[in-house]
Design a protein around this ligand. Structure first.
Ligand code: ADP
Ligand code: ADP
Ligand code: ZN
Length: 215
């Protein structure tokens, strides 16, 4: 099973991907996470991407597609994959087709998380994650059960992304509207798009994704 989770920043792609990994043993391929790792490690890709990401603009299609290609090539074909935050442009969608074909994979579902844009700023500015295991939280909507302690690993250090501020979020939303939303018709023409109300509680969204995967 290979699926794309599509939705604007803050729609819940990362949160739902983590659930799918846990429930179904799928692999999450997040270009955002890969780019942040490259920035942290100071690789050539990271050095190139950092300022673009800080502005909330899109990194080049070649860079992100190469990251995805390398991950898939290193993986067995039995493991299902969730593409989280990729593809984000028509060019990336085309590159993904070639990458999948090369790796003997077929795209089963494109799941769009529909969200109310006004709620996204609130979601993004309240987002934080465990510094140890990466578990995602939100100040009000999804805090750890014990304040200051990660539910998943017991860690007590948390971090916030430098691009999770209101100004950058607006740019990221514009990028989504201008470049990412227009790729949906490509997949609609193939009859593989499903839409989910991303404003529903996290568990409800997860149940609806599972219903789509069951077919
Ligand atoms: P969010 O989950 O909030 O949408 P991501 O973690 O997916 O954010 O992405 C963070 C930043 O990384 C983006 O604003 C962009 O600069 C860069 N990025 C991530 N994925 C891609 C991609 N597929 N194409 C271009 N840039 C990307
Ligand atoms: P994305 O990967 O699409 O940018 P995230 O999964 O990181 O989005 O979610 C953004 C923020 O919103 C996080 O703080 C997360 O805890 C919270 N969140 C995710 N899904 C929901 C939901 N269904 N309801 C309320 N808050 C949510
Ligand atoms: Zn943790």
């Amino acid at each position: 099973m290979n699926i794309i989770l599509l939705g604007p920043p803050g729609a819940g792609k990362g949160t739902q991907s983590a659930g799918l990994v846990e429930r179904h043993g799928m692999r999450q391929l997040s270009t955002g996470d890969m780019l942040r790792a490259a920035v942290k490690a100071g690789t050539p890709v990271g050095l190139k991407a950092k300022e673009v990401m800080d502005r909330g603009e899109l990194v080049s299609d070649e860079i992100v597609s190469d990251l995805i290609d390398a991950e898939l090539a290193a993986m067995g074909q039995e493991t299902g994959v969730i593409f989280d935050g990729y593809p984000r442009t028509a060019a990336q969608a085309e590159m993904l087709d070639a990458i999948l074909a090369r790796n003997g994979r077929v795209l089963d579902h494109v799941i769009e998380l529909e969200v109310d844009e006004d709620a996204l700023v609130e979601r993004i500015t309240g987002r934080f994650s465990c510094a140890n295991c990466g578990a995602l939280y939100h100040d009000t909507a999804n805090p750890p059960a014990t304040p200051g302690v990660c539910d998943s690993c017991g860690g007590t250090e948390f971090k916030r992304r430098p691009d999770d501020n209101e100004k950058t979020v607006r740019t990221r939303m514009q990028e989504y509207r201008a470049k990412t939303a227009p790729i949906l018709p490509i997949y609609e023409a193939r009859g593989i798009v499903s839409r989910i109300d991303g404003m529903a509680p996290i568990d409800t969204v997860a149940e609806q994704i599972d219903a789509i995967l069951r077919g």
